[in-house]
Design a protein around this ligand. Structure first.
Ligand code: GLY
Length: 591
């Protein structure tokens, strides 16, 4: 023990020394007093990221959660396809090789940055059935019935993925639907060899695969769990994909696929009708954009809360010298957590489907609003969440998937799409071969009353016929002087927002390369519950102790998010791809 004491003292001195700026060196003048701040740093944490390097390429890059889907994207690009062609091919391929999250039974968002500088948002989020109503998940006494929105057909929204992918291809792609769907159809019909990362995800929901014969017939191997090295074939999904490949979106929304979903929904007391599918449409819109330290963030407007919340947090922290304070330092964490707490309270109170409610985005992103929030932040104490006004949002599913593509011409695509929970509802309609979503759970089940997670939810996101539930999905781009700098996004329910934000900050403020940024331990604060989620390795003991003295409480969670990201390095011109360490089957590849 005596030998350990000097070592311990040396280490305490080491972590307590203010960390020098490691970032791109932005000279930010701070208007705040830093006298009361604690400069203990996360330098020990940062050291664990030493040596991490992204995959680099000259021309183009693809990063997805499953290596075969990445290979599909790269092959399309090498054949002369553009980023949209590759993204659509990846979207269909992930529905086969990453069935937990890749999908044709769910919905999502796309941000497209065109080589000509144009930024475009495509919303293919699920919609509530036309027979849905605000009290759908409540009993006669007005109590929310647990599981109704997540485990029954009442939780299924009208899928937007097929129309989203096909519409993007038709407008901005150069290849035919046949060309971009061929790889997915081959992977489904011939099958693919399962690797440890694939089997790990299948096993996460294995118990539910036994509950439904048509699910077990595919996702169990003769009644037993699939093993590493075995070949998973999905002939029913191959048939469904062929119907889409031949008949386009019509085959899905007006043909036998919609009929199969509606029949299954009726059989299981769901609400879906053929009219829900015939009425479905995707929406093109302008992304949310904001400036941060010379960079332009391009992200998602409502019905995603992602872009607005990320931009609000950035506007709040703009005057603080995060780079000087350092990654995972007491000061940086304090101000970032406070900013997240306030921005999430606003998110849950003010945002919803723009087709149904007004979203005060301009006000939330205004300098006046940011200044007002900064004035409420105490320099050396956490603000109790009870003192931050807001109306709670729902607890979202943590499983979704992100992919990023840049082509040799400079077109870039960022997509996050989801069936909400891992494998969504866990049920498949008849012999369609794909999992249905349980996205309706992203709606407010009952305003003003705690839901099954103990959360009180806002009326703005209440269920209405044809409405899109508020999402946190944040597929994003970062531009520098109008030129592509970063493509990022993540799965993870409400943690998507903090993961995407931190992936940007780790590069812009903390000077990390793309791989370090993606792999760095994360934190997440969402106003309520009042505990800050942290990944192992984020907090040094000294930093944790100091933050706890300031009033913070932490909940360590093993890992979350999977920020499949790309950086176009302005200094070298090289493209850096980073597959998140948290998805072992993921791959970044380029040429
Ligand atoms: N289902 C998660 C989200 O859309 O945010």
């Amino acid at each position: 023990m005596r030998k350990l004491v000097p070592l311990l003292i040396a280490w305490l001195v080491f972590v307590a020394v203010p960390m020098p700026a490691v970032s791109a060196g932005h000279n930010v003048q701070t208007p705040i007093s830093t006298q009361a701040l604690d400069f203990s740093t996360g330098v020990a944490t940062l050291k664990t990221l030493d040596g991490l390097k992204p995959v680099v390429a000259h021309h183009a890059m693809v990063v997805t959660a499953q290596h075969l889907a990445t290979r599909v994207g790269v092959a399309i690009l090498k054949k002369g396809g553009n980023a949209v062609d590759a993204a659509v091919a990846i979207g269909y391929a992930l529905a086969v090789v990453h069935p937990c999250c890749g999908n044709i039974g769910g919905g999502g968002f796309m941000i497209l940055h065109r080589a000509n500088g144009q930024n475009i948002f495509l919303d293919f989020r699920e919609r509530a059935p036309l027979k849905a109503y605000p009290t759908l998940y409540q009993n006669a006494q007005g109590k929310v019935i647990p599981g109704l929105s997540t485990e029954t057909y009442l939780g299924v929204g009208v899928s937007g993925t097929v129309m989203g992918l096909n519409t993007a291809l038709a407008k901005y792609g150069t290849m035919s639907l046949q060309q971009v769907m061929a790889p997915a159809i081959a992977l489904a019909s011939k099958g693919y060899i399962l690797e440890p990362g694939d089997v790990h995800i299948l096993n996460e929901r294995i118990k539910d695969f036994y509950k439904h014969a048509n699910v077990g017939a595919i996702f169990l191997n003769h009644g037993k769990p699939w093993q590493v090295g075995q070949r998973l074939r999905q002939p029913q999904l191959a048939h469904t994909l062929e119907l889409i490949e031949k008949g386009g979106s019509k085959a899905f929304y007006k043909g036998s696929i919609a009929r199969a979903i509606v029949a299954s929904s009726k059989h299981h007391h769901g609400l879906l009708t053929m009219r829900d599918f015939a009425d479905y449409s995707v929406v093109w819109a302008k992304p949310v954009e904001c400036e941060y330290r010379g960079y332009t963030i391009v992200s998602d407007p409502p019905p995603s809360s992602g872009g607005t919340t990320i931009c609000e947090i950035l506007q709040i922290v703009k005057p603080y010298p995060l780079a000087k304070w350092g990654y995972a330092s007491v000061a940086s964490l304090h101000y970032l957590i406070e900013a997240e707490r306030h921005a999430f309270a606003d998110r849950n109170t003010y945002l919803g489907d723009p087709a149904f409610v007004h979203n005060p985005i301009q006000r939330l992103l205004s300098p006046e609003h940011a200044a007002k929030i900064r004035a409420d932040i105490h320099p050396d104490a956490a603000t109790p969440s009870s003192q931050v006004k807001g109306s709670l949002g729902p607890a979202e599913g943590m499983h979704t998937t992100q992919f990023s593509v840049v082509d040799a011409r400079g077109n870039a695509v960022s997509v996050t799409y989801t069936i909400n929970y891992l494998f969504g509802l866990g049920q498949i309609a008849g012999h369609t071969g794909f999992f249905l979503n349980n996205e309706m759970d992203d709606f407010t089940s009952k305003p003003g009353v705690p839901n099954s997670f103990g959360l009180v939810q806002g009326r703005i996101n209440q269920i209405e016929p044809g409405k899109r539930p508020l999402s946190s999905m944040s597929p994003s781009m970062v531009l520098r002087h109008g030129k592509l700098f970063m493509i990022t996004g993540s799965p993870g329910g409400s943690t998507i927002i903090s993961t995407t934000l931190e992936t940007m900050l780790n590069v812009i403020d903390f000077g990390m390369n793309m791989q370090q940024s993606v792999d760095a331990p994360r934190f997440h604060e969402q106003w309520l519950p009042a505990k800050v989620m942290v990944e192992p390795g984020l907090l040094t003991p000294v930093v944790k102790a100091r933050l706890e003295q300031m009033g913070y409480r932490f909940r360590q969670v093993h890992a979350w998010g999977a920020a499949m990201s790309i950086l176009v390095n302005p200094k070298t011109g090289w493209i850096e791809g980073a597959a998140d360490r948290r998805r072992p089957a993921a791959l970044a590849a380029g040429y």
